[in-house]
Design a binder for this molecule. Structure first.
Ligand code: HEC
Ligand code: HEC
Length: 441
């Protein structure tokens, strides 16, 4: 354990001084001690630091993912409340730049209240799966769901294509070569969508010609694709932790000590050691991009929400993976631009059965985590101390399976872990103009 390694030079000085003067109580030996890391630990730290983050890989399912004009249009769509039934809810309503693209609420609130907490969008372009249950496999297919969800933005598919076409049709035609202009009438009903909660929209959708449904779906997917091009800009930048690792690598111990204080260093040692956080929170985004059950007890009371569209018990990845496989907008679907013989490996080999799926949720990135309270898929913890206390107790799930064991950390050790999590905060790398509404003065 790094925490028990011999004190480095400043610690020795303090100890010698204390021995000489008898001021042991006033001069704790650990006052300015540095962690002494083994070579293996240093390699681990390197693996967690942003220096190990590869360039954002291309998204073969989205042909406009890296086109600047698509990002510029996606930026406008992301902040446009006209994409909602009541004209008030944009993506940015719940994913606010000032809150690192979250909303500060336990559960997301749009037209109604959702049953899940709003995660940050930052860095998620790297993630093979979107949503807490990973029910989509790209950012563009993810972006389609909130627009149609009755509690989020609440529009029908034909409404979305018609509204977006009216305002942004010319831009979309420049980007994609085509985007439909919908006449209002029998061919393209005002409100039509394959939405099982709305029989009127559903009947209208089923009454449409199959080729007209394809036209709508293609245009709908294009809206998602430009939004995704914008989201790819939102990436995490260096934190105190990254500066610490960089300084260590350069052999500049003093600069390292200035980047990360001793308590945060002790927390880091626990994170990669005794507390085993690194089993799931690893790599430069501090996530293994997998799904795990961490024994969160089922929240009471949610079932009484009459607007709820989910069962009272949130089974997470188990239904999530089935929804992913059934999603017509997944990587293998008609509107994906991927080469289906070569791409989409993640989807083709996805784990879709097993006792680790019920109650499992996506391991979130921990970059900037101190700014995105509350925590977990249901927003149950108000602060990081509560999160760490949960892991410390070694929670046993009521449902499914968890490998977590009680950590038996002292209160001081738990505080150190929190100090380390706080040291993962840093600004985004995106230019300032992407971090505010395009219409803001
Ligand atoms: C009413 C609030 C609300 C609105 C509006 C909203 N979101 Fe979300 N967003 C959420 C919630 C809640 C989740 C998690 C839902 C889940 O896992 O089932 C989420 C998940 C996401 C994720 C997945 C992140 C991850 O780590 O898996 C992305 C990306 C995202 N939203 C982007 C968007 C975009 C783009 C829009 C607009 C088209 C949008 N959101 C509109 C609340 C909202
Ligand atoms: C077995 C895998 C696993 C281990 C080990 C693990 N985590 Fe997690 N962590 C997760 C998952 C999964 C979630 C999301 C769970 C949910 O919402 O249901 C999560 C959520 C979190 C969150 C909340 C993030 C957010 O945005 O809501 C924090 C903070 C966190 N973990 C820190 C830690 C720390 C600190 C440790 C070590 C003490 C640790 N984790 C160990 C899998 C793990």
């Amino acid at each position: 354990m790094p925490a028990t390694h011999p004190a480095s030079r400043p610690g020795l000085v303090a100890r010698t001084l204390a021995a000489a003067t008898g001021l042991t109580l006033l001069l704790p030996v650990t006052a300015c001690r540095q962690q002494a890391w083994t070579a293996a630990e240093r390699a681990t730290l390197r693996g967690l630091s942003l220096a190990s983050l590869p360039p954002l890989p291309p998204d073969p399912s989205n042909s406009v993912a890296d086109r600047p004009e698509a990002a510029a249009l996606g930026h406008r769509l992301f902040f446009d409340p006209r994409l909602s039934a009541d004209g008030k809810i944009s993506c940015a309503h719940c994913h606010q730049p000032a809150l690192r693209f979250t909303d500060g609420l336990p559960l997301g609130e749009g037209i109604g209240r959702l049953q899940r907490h709003t995660p940050s969008v930052v860095g998620t372009a790297f993630s093979p799966w979107q949503f807490w249950d990973g029910r989509t496999d790209s950012q563009w297919s993810q972006a389609l769901q909130p627009m149609e969800h009755p509690l989020e933005m609440g529009l029908a598919r034909t409404e979305i294509v018609r509204r977006v076409g009216r305002v942004y049709g010319a831009d979309l035609r420049r980007i994609f070569g085509s985007f439909p202009e919908l006449d209002e009438g029998a061919r393209f009903p005002a409100i039509a969508a394959p939405r099982t909660d709305d029989p009127v929209a559903m009947t209208a959708w089923e009454g449409m010609q199959p080729e007209d449904r394809v036209t709508i779906d293609r245009a709908f997917a294009q809206v998602g694709k430009v939004i995704a091009a914008y989201e790819r800009k939102l990436q995490p930048g260096p934190s105190a932790f990254d500066r610490y690792v960089d300084a260590l690598e350069r052999g500049e111990d003093k600069a390292a000590a200035q980047s990360l204080d001793q308590q945060a260093q002790a927390g880091l040692a626990l994170f990669i050691g005794k507390a085993q956080c690194i089993n799931c929170h690893n790599g430069p985004r501090l996530t293994n991009d997998e799904f795990h059950n961490i024994g969160l007890p089922l929240l009471a009371g949610l079932s009484s929400d009459v607007r709820s569209l989910r069962p009272a018990v949130d089974l997470g990845r188990e239904p999530g993976v089935l929804a992913l496989l059934a999603d017509p907008f997944n990587c293998l679907g008609t509107h994906s631009d991927a080469d289906k013989t070569r791409d989409c490996a993640e989807l083709r080999y996805v784990k879709s059965v097993g006792d680790t799926l019920p109650g499992a949720f996506k391991v979130p990135s921990l970059r900037g985590v101190s700014r995105t309270a509350p925590y977990m898929h249901d927003g149950r913890f108000q602060n990081l101390a509560q999160v760490v206390a949960h892991y410390n107790a070694g929670p046993v799930p009521l449902l499914g399976h968890s490998d977590l064991k009680p950590l038996l950390l002292t209160l001081r050790e738990q505080e150190s872990l929190v100090a380390f999590l706080e040291a993962l905060d840093g600004p985004l790398t995106a230019e300032e103009r992407w971090l505010r509404s395009p219409t803001a003065p």
